[in-house]
Design a protein around this ligand. Structure first.
Ligand SMILES: Cc1ncc(COP(=O)(O)O)c(C=O)c1O
Length: 412
């Protein structure tokens, strides 16, 4: 017999009945800038009005003196890593629960990503494990603020100061997030953001890197622009740099998006907070919520939580399948496995089957022996609930109800 508590998976009524309104991410503001842009004589980024407007808008939230708008978040991170000018074989400690974009630049600069484990409930770098992974070759920490939740910057910056390490902040997923009231990106030496399709703000693809550090600032644009010096017009590169320039159409859209950033973030925060407060009331068994420090702003790019598998009679994937049947926008885990488990790393297949750093003895890193047990466990039992500014409060309430229904059904 079907009852109100029967899972949709088993033919019961789905808990989420409200439909997601159509979401127009781009509109009049973007169109106005694009329309102005087509009157321009050039679409080149250097001193282009759109890219300059984007920079000024960015600096309202992130007062970083030197910036480079670029082609992606991965590009921003590569520029930041290159600007450090570290000797080949130097190590950068980062999280294994991140996008490939965090590590691509490290590898291309002939540096070694060293993966430290994460905190079980913030899913960000565990400062104590970072400390354990420091060697004489460690030169930097790349802090990834995952899903919108700020990392423990007090602890990480203290470690960096103690060991004389640079800090790059990967804020791709954390537009609008604040640590102790201050936006993420303003703690380390260099800050990187993404405007890819899936981020809080987007121009399809794009990124921006910024710094207040005079050691890096004046050359920042060179590291993403073939090492040409646009200030003097001098094309006499003294270092190797890719072309990661943004173009004016991207700048126009990204600039308009940043005007809307406070409203977009406010909506993400409101939805994420509402979801978690409903869930706390419903107390679904075996579901463990993310840890968020009350002094911080989690900007809820998505909402990642965990399932205590020992307390349910189902696998994580069965749980997620049941949630989907209820109409919940959810996915299993975040990435399928920690980054070091990708075949690329397991086979050290960085440069056509070779890794010159290892073959030349500049590193002994063997990714087959790397282990970050907390990251492994979290990716095996975690699930991500989508937060989309088009969502209505009703959808959020129904999502919480669905989660409680499914968790109660499977509670062992
Ligand atoms: C944490 C993190 N870092 C870096 C990137 C790379 O950004 P992009 O896709 O713009 O290159 C992403 C994108 O998903 C990300 O989530």
């Amino acid at each position: 017999m079907k009852t109100a508590s029967s899972l949709a998976l088993h033919g019961g009524a789905p808990a989420v009945t409200a439909t997601l309104p159509v979401h127009h991410r781009w509109g009049a503001e973007e169109l106005a800038r694009l329309t102005a842009m087509v009157e321009q004589p050039s679409l080149f980024y250097w001193n282009g009005p759109q890219c300059n407007a984007l920079r000024s808008e960015f600096q309202k939230t992130y007062p970083l003196k030197w910036t480079m708008p670029c082609s992606s978040g991965s590009a921003a991170l590569h520029i930041a890593v290159a600007a450090l000018q570290l000797p080949p074989g130097s190590e950068i400690i980062t999280s294994p629960v991140t996008d490939m974009g965090s590590v691509i630049g490290i590898l291309y600069q002939q540096l070694v990503p060293v993966f430290a484990d994460i905190h079980p409930h913030t899913y960000n770098l565990d400062p104590e494990d970072v400390r354990r992974r420091i060697t004489p070759k460690t030169k930097a920490i790349m802090v990834v603020h995952l899903a919108g939740n700020p990392s423990d910057m007090d602890a990480l910056m203290a470690i960096a100061r103690e060991h004389n390490l640079f800090v790059i902040e990967d804020c791709a997923q954390s537009w609008g997030a604040c640590y102790r009231g201050k936006p993420v990106g303003l703690f380390g030496d260099l800050a990187c953001y993404s405007f890819n399709e899936f981020k809080h703000v987007s121009c399809g693809d794009g990124g921006i890197v910024g710094t207040n550090d005079p050691r890096f600032g004046p050359t920042l644009t060179k590291w993403g622009d073939k090492h040409y010096d646009r200030v003097t017009g001098n094309r006499n590169p003294e270092a190797l740099s890719p072309n990661y320039r943004m173009s004016e159409p991207q700048g126009a859209v990204a600039g308009a998006q940043l005007v809307k950033l406070p409203a977009i973030i406010a909506r993400h925060v409101a939805l994420g907070t509402r979801l978690l407060s409903h869930l706390r009331e419903l107390a679904p068994p075996a579901v463990v919520f993310p840890a968020i420090d009350a002094r911080d702003t989690h900007s809820f790019w998505f909402c990642l939580m965990r399932l205590e598998l020992a307390r349910v009679r189902c696998s994580r994937d069965e749980f997620v399948t049941a949630l989907k049947a209820e109409g919940v926008q959810v996915q299993a885990g975040y990435i399928p496995k920690p980054v070091y488990r990708y075949p690329l790393f397991q086979n050290h297949n960085f440069f056509a089957g070779a890794w010159p750093l290892r073959e030349s003895g500049r590193t002994t890193m063997d990714y087959r022996t790397v282990s970050c047990p907390v990251a492994e466990a979290m990716l095996a039992d975690g699930f991500s609930l989508a937060i989309n500014p088009a969502m209505t409060d009703e959808i959020i309430t129904q999502t919480a109800t669905a989660l409680a229904k499914v968790a109660r059904h499977f509670a062992g």
